[in-house]
Write a protein that binds this ligand. Sequence first.
Ligand code: NAP
Length: 285
Amino acid sequence: METFTLDDLRHWRLATTSPIRLGVLGDPVAHSLSPAMQNAALTGVSYGRFQISPNELAQAIQRMRELDFIGINLTAPHKVAAFSLVDEASAFAQQVGAINTIRFAEGKLFGANTDGLGFERGVRESFDVELRTLRVLVLGAGGGAGQAVAAQCAVAGCPAVALANRNPLKAHNLAQRLGKTGILAVPWSDDSLEEALAVSDLIVNATPLGWKPDDPSPLPADLLRPSHFVYDLNYRPTALVAAARDAGARAAGGLTMLLHQGALAFEFWFDQPAPLAAMRAALEL
Ligand code: NAP
């Protein structure tokens, strides 16, 4: 599938039978599975892929508004910057401080963050457990996705949430912002991760470690136990998922989250249920 740029948007004359009125903006964006998943759900319009750098983001969104786009998704690194460009953001997006979805309507930009609920539904689908019953350790809690995961754990009412981030200040600030009993920042060191793992049911990898095939696991493998659920937001096979399965734990990659955040975005744009089966088939789930 073709990848478009800001320059293409400036000279937009797409005479296709299925005009592009939706899309994903990222830098990089070539890897995104969202076009295949969303196009499987759409009829009459289609969903494109847009390589947009951070300094082009505001212009690209403005141009899409002028071109009568229905909505867009934002992927890294645009989720925080886009939050400040919308006219209204959902209550959950305000809690996270980042958005992954915009709807253009009534001359305005409406922002939402579907990563949080998408994550909760992904965990339910992958493990057949309810997030609210689990003690959770979030690795990479300071990133865009990690913050949405942590906020969803707070909304769901998880009994304990440990937030670990390479830059500890971000985890500390997030714990303070979420401001709920049981949500604590923990240092990213072998000793404190070992302590946190001993009292966690679900371990979430929200770092990009696992994105590249030779990336190491973010955790020492010998800390994993058969009682753990391990959910890796990276959806290719990862060292962490392999180590967890070797340890007898239940482990899953992030395809189920990708599916559900995408279905929720579809519902945000069209106010109608997403064709989940078609989207699932496009991801070969
Ligand atoms: P991001 O905003 O760039 O955040 C990255 C996070 O990972 C930060 O907390 C960062 O820590 C940490 N990190 C980066 N490299 C690290 C390393 N070598 N060791 C330890 N920590 C490291 O990225 P994002 O948008 O949150 O995305 C994170 C991952 O989730 C990506 O791989 C993305 O593809 C995936 N994702 C999947 C879905 C899905 O639907 N399955 C949805 C969203 C994102 P510092 O703060 O210290 O830099």
